[in-house]
Design a protein. Structure first.
Lengths: 82, 299
């Protein structure tokens, strides 16, 4: 997943959405990748083997909303990470 | 016999004793003891100053004045060797003006026409007989040997002795400048003012000597502030960053685990307790226990 000023590469994305289907999961993952690409510079550079985040959202919400929340939480986690 | 008065009876006969004769303990007045704030010692330093002479004359004549001053300064012997119109500085007194005969007579150290404090046999007649002329006085002063009691000063050149009288005349002119005549540190501080000098002038500063420079250097070395060095660069902590000069920032995430947590179901707000219908007013509920209305229910 290339970045505009740098590069953000995610080898594997595990998405756990309780009560959602696989298609719903794929849709959310695609939206997350697109959102990270559009986010611009990532707040951190380096190599992170594993990054776990948790997003509180309603499983019944649409995929775009969940994707936005995942992106925002991911950027906050990267900003907090040393 | 007269009886003692009442006061005489009650006042003890001996001071410091009661009537019973017991010694009266009087607190001893505290002795003066210097506190810690007082000086425990006094360090004195002898400061020497070069001899300064207000000299209106030229340089060679200034040397002559030095010699003359050295001879006159021996007035500790109380010999009337100073010529009239000369201002004499002795070692004991800071300055004595002998230009006035009246003041000279009142001077305790120099006896010109007055009584000799040292007990010499000089009388006014003998003084008049022994009083030399100005030229003779100048020569005697220049020689520094007016009498045997005069303490010998530094050696006097013959030329000065010969022209001693001539030197006295220009001394009466107004002074113009200060000329250091002696740089010897061991020379005691003396200031010789010539006639016409208004005030006693004394040099306020002395030239720094080698010893002073050593002291200054020692104190300067002791008071030298510690040398400040710029702080060392903070240690570089290992960070997961591979930032390079021109290398773009890159982040690699091996596994991103995203877990969507469903918010807890919002429980419906508990229904507000339905307020009981307002009871009808009146005394249906009766009066509370303990209360009573006079005249009601008290039948």
């Amino acid at each position: 997943m290339p970045n505009s000023s740098g590069a953000l590469k995610i080898d594997r994305l595990l998405l756990e959405v309780p009560g959602g289907s696989a298609d719903y999961g794929k849709q959310v993952a695609t939206l997350v990748a697109a959102g990270l690409a559009a986010a611009g510079t990532v707040p951190q550079a380096g190599d992170l083997p594993t990054l776990r985040i948790a997003v509180r959202a309603d499983a019944r919400a649409d995929a775009a909303t969940i994707a936005r929340r995942i992106i925002a939480e991911l950027l906050r986690a990267l900003a907090r990470a040393p | 016999m007269k009886r003692p008065s009442y006061l005489q009876q009650i006042v003890p006969a001996a001071p410091g004793r009661f009537r019973s004769g017991a010694p009266l303990l009087v607190p001893i007045p505290p002795l003066f003891r210097p506190s810690s704030a007082d000086l425990q010692f006094v360090e004195t330093d002898v400061v020497t100053r070069p001899l300064l002479v207000r000299n209106p004359l030229s340089a060679p004549q200034a040397n002559h004045l030095t010699v003359e001053a050295a001879g006159v300064a021996r007035n500790e012997t109380r010999e009337p060797i100073a010529p009239a119109g000369a201002r004499v500085t002795s070692r004991l007194s800071p300055e004595i003006d002998v230009s006035d005969a009246g003041e000279l007579a009142r001077s305790p150290l120099i006896s010109r026409d007055g009584p000799d404090l040292m007990g010499s046999h000089t009388t006014p007649a003998s003084n008049a007989r022994q009083r030399p002329s100005d030229a003779q006085r100048g020569a005697a002063v220049a020689r520094g040997s007016a009498t045997g009691r005069i303490v010998q000063g530094p050696p006097v050149p013959e030329a000065v002795a010969a022209s001693g009288a001539q030197l006295l005349e220009p001394m009466s002119s107004a002074p113009e400048s200060l000329t250091p005549l002696s740089q010897n540190e061991r020379e005691p501080a003396r200031v010789i003012a010539l006639p016409g000098a208004g005030i006693f002038e004394q040099p306020t500063a002395r030239p720094a000597t080698t010893r002073d420079e050593d002291k200054i250097g020692k104190f300067a070395a002791a008071a030298r502030p510690p040398r400040l060095s710029p702080p060392s660069a903070p240690s570089q902590l290992p960070v997961a960053s591979n930032r390079g000069a021109g290398e773009p920032r890159s982040l690699h995430i091996g596994t991103l685990e995203v877990r969507v947590i469903a918010p807890p179901p919002i429980a419906p707000a508990p229904a507000a307790p339905v307020r009981a219908a307002r009871r009808s007013s009146g005394r249906k509920t009766g009066i509370g226990r303990g209360f009573s209305v006079f005249g009601l229910g008290q039948s």
